[in-house]
Design a protein around this ligand. Structure first.
Ligand code: UDP
Length: 325
């Protein structure tokens, strides 16, 4: 299939493009390169901005995709708390323009990267897909609005969507030269690895008095390649005429910040000094997926998402890049 991948130069998108190619698809990457990297894109790259309606319409006219995977978005919780306008404008306007272009060109299938942040502070853990969605930050709000748009467009215009709610994407594909490269980096695992390699003096632990066993936040870390496999399965489901669905993508197992720190010390053999810091605004204490629906509906099971494998792959990517630099 010819698949338009918005945000394909980003962390998750670049891995998924590589996996699409491996499975014989023809991805077309549409990305404005504000946070992504052109050198991570292994297919045709169309440089364009989703907020510019004419640019996404032109990409559809020229490349005639049969389906869409929509990654392009602003995606940092703390930035969204500081600058909500940018989150609502870019994420919602981008989605509106994309859905208009799909409608104009008769494209009816979309895989959408949503997030566990749409649940807010869970009242039940592991979190099932039918858990109330009450986000506690503008990033989660913006993603939830898009989920609602997809459902309404489905009812009104026959759009079929696979809404994939990611828990914490992590890990890398070092053999492909792909991994996490954010500037500035804000994510826990790459930051710990920067400390391990000496690029940063110490790690920060955001919040020590959460209501969890060791007082630090608990997250469900999922390997980026496992996430990618779920996108392929979701595309196949929609291509076979399957109905719209919303699925968690996680493992069902949570790790605290201190547990991730201990695992990173183990994998790298480095001391990784860490200091206690105030909690980050907008961070819920615990996000762990009920992961069985994706298994039942897509036959998808994570295969490389144990914490050690995740950190090992990210560490390998980090070391190769550090050697080249
Ligand atoms: N975190 C931390 N120190 C850091 C970065 C993150 O303690 O330098 C915590 C953060 O509060 C959260 C978890 O690690 O509980 C994962 O954060 P990350 O930014 O990686 O992903 P998010 O959960 O925000 O998507």
């Amino acid at each position: 299939m010819r698949i338009l991948v918005t945000g394909g130069a980003g962390y998750i998108g670049s891995h998924v493009i590589w996996q699409l190619l491996e499975h014989g698809h023809t991805p077309i990457c549409f990305d404005n390169l504000t946070t992504g990297h052109a050198d991570a894109v292994r297919c045709l790259l169309v440089e364009g901005d989703l907020c510019r309606r004419e640019q996404i319409l032109a990409a559809f006219a020229e490349h005639r995709p049969e389906a869409v995977i929509h990654f392009a978005a602003r995606s940092l919780v703390s930035e969204s708390v500081r600058d909500p306008r940018r989150y609502f404008r870019d994420n919602l306007l981008g989605a509106l323009n994309l859905l208009d272009a799909m409608e104009a060109h008769g494209v009816r299938s979309i895989v959408f990267s949503s997030t566990a942040a749409t649940y807010g502070v869970p009242s039940k853990v592991p979190i099932p897909e039918d858990h109330p969605q009450i986000p506690v930050n503008p990033y989660g709000d913006s993603k939830l609005c898009i989920e609602r748009m997809l459902i309404s467009y489905g009812r009104a215009y026959g759009l079929r969507s696979a809404i994939l709610r990611y828990f914490n994407a992590a890990g890398a594909a070092p053999e492909q030269g792909l991994g996490e490269r954010h500037h500035p980096e804000t994510h826990l695992i790459p930051l710990l690895l920067e400390v391990a390699s000496g690029a940063r003096p110490r790690a920060q632990i955001f919040g020590r008095d959460y209501a969890t066993a060791d007082g630090t936040c608990i997250r469900d870390y999922i390997h980026v390649l496992d996430l990618g496999e779920a996108h392929l399965a979701a595309l196949a489901h929609l291509a076979a005429g399957g109905e719209s669905l919303a699925l968690n993508l996680g493992t069902g197992t949570g790790y605290s910040v201190l547990e991730v720190l201990a695992a990173a010390r183990e994998v790298t053999g480095a001391e990784i000094p860490a200091e206690d810091c105030p909690a980050r605004e907008g961070d819920p204490p615990i996000l762990v997926a009920a992961a069985d629906r994706a298994r039942a509906r897509l036959g998808w099971t994570p295969t490389c998402s144990d914490l050690t494998s995740i950190i090992r792959s990210a560490w390998e990517f980090h070391r190769v890049r550090a050697e080249r630099a």
